[in-house]
Design a protein around this ligand. Structure first.
Ligand code: AMP
Ligand code: GLY
Length: 436
């Protein structure tokens, strides 16, 4: 039996509150530190906003002083900056991919090349750094077509272009920049999207649930994209057969390919899928838990998260039993500050967030700040009101009932989170058990 040890969690969002909530429940967690943390994570551990996460030497020194037995990295930026590499070099177990393995999220071109090498189903694609060949490719293939900037920091994201002029404008916006750029042009896929999460140790993977996000800011999937306005799990559209195909055709060859390159992937592989008529295809990878997907995955976990994260960090998941409870569904509704995803006003008071929870409801905090007894909004996405239920419909009605108990006139939320799944459940007569 391993003795309980101290854990350091990196991050400050709703995802990290959900991770802190799950980690603190483990008998193996002697003490939890969260850097920087938020008022939600402070309910489960000690926040350390004084620890500069970008100063890796300072994080290593902190881990030595506090005898940290495991570091869990929530967001992507510290992964891409190589925090896990530096911790591992110092002999400190750290959960999350190395800098080289985080390229699966950091570089779309890298991931597309890996897919091509290992016959992983994905949209047909080509990579460009020059304008003329890119424009010629567009003309040859026609619209609809998808244009993606390469790299995390590109900031110009993804354009699903319905017309050729729209695609050309997107290509020019990326390649005309003074510093040049790189892009991927790919075939437009059709189908429903779902997210698939696997816990990986470099060679093995354990599926730990599926989810669907709601990226657009307004009801009916209208308005600009956001980090995610709500999610539910499971996504029943990912049937057990589809889940098996994803594990065999997408996750396993990705791990094999990364190991063969000498950059094995350990951490969370979050596959964004398009469920096409020809089967599931990979749209993109993230190399961490989603936010707000973590808020619906954590409450559905069966088994202790901490030994699973430690085993993944140490490269051996073989003795680990973790999965998800197929009899439970979860749904989270994000409450955001007016104006999000644009500029928001900070400092407005939220009342009732800390008493809106109950046995089946947890209010995870993201952009919040404490001022004495008052809880204030301090960011775009502020709360993730999360409920469990026997069905997504039950979780949905509990989550919205809790949202209504929160008094925050300066916030807003989507009122249709989970709507598509609830309609599917109704069509299926709410019979049977849940998927992944
Ligand atoms: P992002 O999360 O910013 O990379 O945006 C990706 C989104 O763009 C996905 O969630 C899809 O909705 C859409 N998308 C990306 N690639 C494709 C594709 N090949 N075909 C259709 N839609 C795509
Ligand atoms: N909710 C989408 C993400 O975490 O990337």
């Amino acid at each position: 039996m391993t003795e309980p040890f101290s854990i350091l969690l990196i991050g400050s969002g709703g995802r990290e509150h959900a991770l802190a909530w799950a980690i603190a429940q483990s008998p193996l967690c002697a003490k939890l530190f969260v850097a920087p943390g938020n008022p939600g994570t402070a309910q489960h551990g000690e926040n350390r906003p004084d620890l500069a996460v970008s100063d890796h030497a300072a994080v290593v020194a902190f881990c030595r002083t506090e005898k940290i037995g495991l570091v869990v990295v929530g967001p992507e930026a510290p992964l891409v900056a190589g925090l896990v590499d530096d911790l591992q070099a110092a002999g400190i177990p750290a959960f999350g991919p190395t800098k080289a393995a985080a390229q699966l999220e950091g570089s779309k071109g890298f991931t597309k090349d890996l897919c091509a090498e290992h016959d992983i189903p994905t949209a047909a694609f080509a990579r460009f750094t020059e304008l003329e060949p890119a424009l010629a490719y567009l003309r040859e293939h026609g619209a609809p077509i998808v244009v993606k900037a390469d790299g995390l920091a590109a900031g110009k994201g993804v354009t699903v272009a319905e017309t050729l002029p729209e695609a050309e404008a997107a290509v020019r916006a990326i390649l005309d920049g003074t510093e040049g750029g790189a892009l991927v042009i790919e075939e437009c896929l059709f189908g429903e999207e779902a997210s698939f999460f696997a816990l990986c140790d470099g060679t093995r993977a354990i599926p730990i649930g599926t989810a669907q996000d709601h990226k657009r800011v307004h009801d009916g999937d209208r308005g600009p994209n956001t980090g995610g306005m709500g999610a539910y799990s499971p996504a029943s559209i990912v049937t057990p057969e589809i889940a098996e195909t994803v594990m065999n055709r997408i996750i396993a060859p990705t791990l094999a390919g990364m190991a063969a390159r000498g950059t094995p992937f350990a951490g969370i592989l979050y596959a964004g899928l398009m469920l096409t008529a020809e089967g599931p295809k990979l749209i993109e990878y993230n190399t961490r838990f989603g936010d707000p997907e973590a808020q619906v995955l954590m409450p559905r976990l069966s088994g202790d998260l901490v030994p699973a994260l430690l085993a993944a960090a140490q490269g051996d998941l073989s003795g680990i039993a973790i999965g998800f409870d197929a009899s439970r569904a979860a749904l989270t509704v994000v409450m955001a500050a007016q104006g999000y995803p644009g500029a928001v006003t900070r400092g407005t008071e939220i009342r009732g967030a800390e008493t809106a929870g109950e046995e089946t409801v947890v209010v995870f905090q993201a952009g919040t700040r404490r001022d004495g007894d008052r809880l204030l909004a301090d960011g775009g996405r502020v709360l993730a009101v999360t409920a469990l239920g026997a069905s997504v419909r039950e979780a949905q009605s509990r989550a919205y009932a809790a949202v209504k108990r929160i008094d925050w006139p300066d916030g807003f939320y989507r009122s249709d989170i989970g709507g598509r799944e609830v309609a599917r459940e109704a069509a299926a007569g709410e019979a049977g058990s849940h998927g992944a």
